[in-house]
Write a protein that binds this ligand. Structure first.
Ligand code: EPU
Length: 430
């Protein structure tokens, strides 16, 4: 297992490019099961989660081939209805197989994904929506079994106590596009990744109205055809670089950053005093060296609110910023596993329920730290870039699930960061 070693305090500058969006790519890969014709998916990030999804599709009967670094050909002439535990347990997003199986095969047997470190992640809303379509659902032996032979369009309210559900909406869409009749999804998620999925489905012949809103209407069709689709750039990766530039007071050009997908984040950073320009529809220039950052309060919410997937990265920025700030996590109220690790580096952060109370501006010094999830890994690497001395980030496999070549990209803008075998990590206890 590898570790990442960062030597902090080195200035960053230059241009950094954003890869394709993981959270768009995973449902898009699943959507290829909706047709027996070939699909070509471009701008696919080279990530372990994408490879897991490719393995699952292959197991389900699809031919899956990576033809270039970021291009995959997928053709699902036949589709099996069972997704086994051994494959599903590796990645929660495999739950978005439910929708395509209901749509195409009219039956599904998908292992329930199990626990998650960022907090409880139930699928009750997915199942409620499918039940509204007329699916007969049974949970048995750790699997959810669905008979969709009598499914037909229906009105579905998909909101829950934390707002809309992203993969739940993806599942409803993928089920409804091949289900006879009209399905109306209210309180649908409107994340850019859902819009990207809708655009692909429409290209395949689906009929969807209200794309980008909280009310989607789908008219079921008999058949979808193959397509050639280019995945949108990753807004969370882009936001991570904007926050890194703010943290390091760096001048950075972020290529592939679509400002319209980052409006809540950019609005907060503007309030915090970050100077930046949107130089093109997919390019942001951050003038960190001219910026004086002030503390701001953040509440994470479903899109278009401030994203939970940029909460840990904002935590480190606020920990480095003189003054008091409060970050409230409304999507995953327990998603603060990065905090004890940041405390080990000297940050003054207290957790009170879903709030992180940050007394920013304490000096941070490098330490061995443990990544607990994908976004926490990015935040700890950011902390390592900022802190004095060496930071060693362990369990780096979390990072590889969702950031393509993160360490390589940071190195090109001046970061002192290297990936090493765990055996090369010093013994800090001796
Ligand atoms: N929820 C329910 N019932 C459900 C579904 C969700 O109560 O049936 C709750 C969840 O527990 C959570 C909230 O609703 O409190 C939102 O969950 P959602 O279903 O939207 O999350 P998700 O679809 O499982 C996706 C991303 C996450 C991202 C969230 C929120 C993918 C593959 N994953 O998860 O990404 O944090 O939306 O934006 O798209 C990440 O990339 O690091 C990551 C965790």
């Amino acid at each position: 297992m590898d570790v990442v070693k960062i030597t902090g305090g080195h200035p960053l500058t230059g241009e950094i490019a954003v890869s394709g969006a993981k959270n768009a790519c995973l449902p898009i890969f699943a959507a290829t099961l909706l047709t027996d014709e070939p699909c070509v998916i471009e701008n696919v990030p080279n990530l372990s989660d994408v490879r897991f999804m490719a393995d699952i599709l292959q197991h389900m009967g699809a031919t899956v081939e990576k033809v270039e670094r970021n291009t995959w050909n997928i053709c699902a002439k036949e589709v099996k209805s069972k997704a086994p535990y051994d494959l599903v347990r590796k990645m929660r997003a495999s739950i978005c197989l439910l929708g395509p199986l209901v749509g195409r095969v009219k039956r599904a047997e998908v292992s329930l994904p199990g626990g998650c470190v960022i907090g409880p992640r139930p699928i009750d809303l997915h199942l409620k929506g499918l039940a509204k379509l007329g699916c007969v659902i049974e949970t048995k032996g750790g699997y959810v079994q669905i008979d969709a032979s009598a499914a037909k369009g229906a009105n579905i309210f998909l909101g829950g106590r934390h707002g809309s559900t992203v993969t739940g909406t993806a599942n409803m869409l993928m089920a409804a596009v091949l289900t006879p009749g009209i399905t109306r999804i209210d309180s649908a998620a409107c994340e850019p990744e859902i819009v990207d999925l809708c655009n692909m489905l429409v290209q395949m012949g689906a009929k969807i109205d209200g794309i980008g809103s909280h009310a989607l209407t789908v008219e079921g069709v008999d058949k979808l055809h193959g397509t050639h689709y280019h995945v949108l750039p990753d807004r969370i990766e882009a936001g991570t670089y904007v926050l890194t530039a703010a943290l390091m007071h760096s001048d950075l050009i972020i290529q592939g950053a679509q400002a319209e997908h980052l409006s809540a984040t950019l609005d907060k950073l503007d309030e915090a005093g970050l100077k930046f320009e949107i130089t093109h529809s997919d390019r942001i220039r951050v003038r960190g060296s001219e910026s004086e950052i002030k503390p701001v309060d953040i509440i994470t919410l479903p899109h278009p609110g401030y994203p939970t997937d940029l909460q840990a990265q904002m935590c480190i920025l606020m920990a480095a910023t003189q003054g008091l700030s409060i970050i409230t996590e409304r999507v995953y109220p327990n998603r603060f596993m990065h905090v004890p690790e940041l405390q080990r580096m000297g940050a003054d952060i207290a957790i009170e329920g879903p709030n992180a109370i940050i007394k920013g501006g304490r000096p941070l010094s490098g330490a061995p730290v443990m990544a607990s999830d994908l976004r926490a890994s990015a935040a700890l690497i950011m902390a390592g870039l900022y802190a004095t001395g060496e930071t060693w980030v362990q369990r780096i496999y979390h990072l590889d699930r969702g950031y393509e070549r993160f360490d390589d990209k940071l190195r090109t803008i001046g970061a002192q960061i290297e990936r090493l075998p765990a055996e090369q990590m010093p013994n800090f206890d001796s």
